[in-house]
Design a protein around this ligand. Structure first.
Ligand SMILES: Nc1nc2c(ncn2[C@@H]2O[C@H](COP(=O)(O)OP(=O)(O)O)[C@@H](O)[C@H]2O)c(=O)[nH]1
Ligand SMILES: [Mg+2]
Length: 329
C-alpha cells in the first residue's frame, strides 16, 4: 500500500484518497497492463526492440491500434532524443502519454441547477451496470443535497423494475414505475411530469439494454428521447452510456453505435475492478473523446467515483515498484 496516499485528511479528501487507492489496487489486481510491465521491463535495455514488445502488451490490454500507435510514436521520438535512459524514464513517459489521451475526457457531470428537473437518460447493453450506476449516482446526488427521482424505464422484466425500487428506497429517491411490459417512453414521460410536480432536482431514467434486436433497442431509445422532448424540448440534459470494461473492444463498438443512434453526452465505465482490459478506457478516449463522467470499481455504492485522468494513468501504468508494493500490501 502507499503511505503517501494519506496526505489529505479532510473527510472528503479521505474518501477521495480511499477511492484512488482502491482504484490502483484493483486495476493492479486484474490489470494485465500493470502486471506485464514489471515482467516486461525487468533488467531490459530501453531500445526499439523493447518498445516493440511494449506495443504488443498495449494491444493485448485492449488499448487498441489507434491509441497504441500514437503512444508508440511519442515513445520512439523520445528514444531517438535519448530521453529514455532507464525503466523509470520509460514508465514516466508512458504514463504521460496515457494521461494526455485521457485528460480531454476527464469532465465531470455538473448538474445545472437552472434546469429543474435536470434529466439524465441512462442507456447501455444488458448487464453493463446501468441500474447499479443509477443507484450509485442517486446516492451521490442525495449526499450533495439534490432531490432525485428514479424512472423505471426498463420495463422489459419485472425484476428490473423491482431492482430500481430497491435503489430508490436505499437512496431516499422518489420513484415512478408502471407494470412490466409498459411503454418505456410513457413511463419516462410520466416521471418527468411527476418530477416537475414535486419540484425534484434531478430525474434519472433507467432503460432496457435488451430487446428483440439491436435495431429495436435503438428505435425504442430514440422514441423515449422524442417523447421526453414533448414534455421538455431541452431534455434530456445528459445521455449517459454505461459500458462494462470487461467487454474490451466490444465496449468501444457499443459506444460508437449508441452515439450514432441517440447522441451520447457522457460515459460511465464500470467493472474496472479486476478486469484485464482497463486499457479499453484509453481506446475509447482516443476514438470518441466523449466525457467520461464516472467509473465503477465494484458493486457497492461507494465503489464509484469521478474519472481522474492523472490518477487513472498512474494506476494503469504502475511501475515495478508499485506492483511490488501492491503484491506486498
Ligand atoms: N464488479 C463490479 N460489478 C458491477 C459494477 N457495476 C455493476 N456491477 C454488477 O453487474 C451486474 C449487472 O448490473 P446491472 O446494474 O443490473 O446492469 P444493467 O443490466 O445494465 O442494469 C450486477 O451484478 C452488478 O452488481 C462494477 O463497477 N464492478
Ligand atoms: Mg438494469
Amino acid at each position: 500500500m502507499f503511505g503517501r496516499d494519506t496526505k489529505d485528511e479532510s473527510p472528503k479528501g479521505g474518501q477521495r484518497q480511499g477511492f484512488l487507492r482502491r482504484l490502483t489496487q484493483r486495476l493492479g489486481r486484474g490489470g494485465r497492463l500493470t502486471f506485464d510491465l514489471s515482467t516486461l521491463l525487468r533488467g531490459r535495455k530501453i531500445d526499439a526492440e523493447l518498445l516493440e514488445d511494449l506495443e504488443a502488451r498495449l494491444l493485448g490490454a485492449d488499448v487498441g491500434v489507434e491509441a497504441t500507435q500514437s503512444i508508440l510514436a511519442g515513445l520512439n521520438r523520445r528514444l531517438a532524443r535519448k530521453e529514455l535512459a532507464d525503466v523509470d524514464a520509460l514508465i514516466a513517459a508512458l504514463r504521460t502519454a496515457v494521461e494526455e489521451i485521457l485528460a480531454p475526457c476527464a469532465r465531470p457531470l455538473v448538474v445545472d441547477s437552472s434546469r429543474r428537473p435536470f434529466t439524465i437518460l441512462v442507456v447501455g447493453v444488458n448487464g453493463s451496470g446501468k441500474t447499479t450506476t443509477i443507484g450509485k449516482l442517486s446516492r451521490r446526488l442525495h449526499e450533495q443535497g439534490h432531490s432525485v427521482l428514479l424512472a423505471a424505464g426498463d420495463t422489459f422484466r419485472a425484476a428490473a423494475i423491482e431492482q430500481l425500487a430497491v435503489w430508490a428506497d436505499r437512496t431516499a429517491a422518489s420513484y415512478v414505475a408502471q407494470h412490466a411490459g409498459a411503454d418505456p417512453a410513457a413511463v419516462v414521460f410520466d416521471a418527468l411530469q411527476s418530477a416537475r410536480a414535486r419540484g425534484v432536482d434531478v430525474m434519472i431514467a433507467d432503460t432496457a439494454g435488451r430487446l428483440h434486436s439491436q435495431a429495436h433497442l435503438m428505435e425504442e431509445l430514440k422514441k423515449i428521447k422524442r417523447v421526453l422532448q414533448r414534455g421538455d424540448p431541452s431534455a434530456p440534459d445528459e445521455v449517459l452510456l454505461v459500458l462494462d470494461a470487461n467487454q474490451g473492444q466490444n465496449a468501444l463498438a457499443q459506444a460508437v453505435q449508441f452515439h450514432e443512434a441517440i447522441g451520447v453526452t457522457g460515459l460511465v465505465i464500470t467493472k474496472l475492478d479486476g478486469t484485464a482490459k482497463g486499457g479499453i478506457v484509453i481506446a475509447i478516449a482516443r476514438r470518441l473523446g466523449l466525457p467520461i463522467r464516472f467509473i465503477g470499481i465494484g458493486e457497492q455504492p461507494e465503489e464509484f467515483g469521478d474519472f481522474d485522468a492523472h490518477a487513472f494513468a498512474a494506476a494503469l501504468v504502475a511501475g515495478p515498484a508499485e506492483t511490488l508494493a501492491q503484491d506486498g500490501g
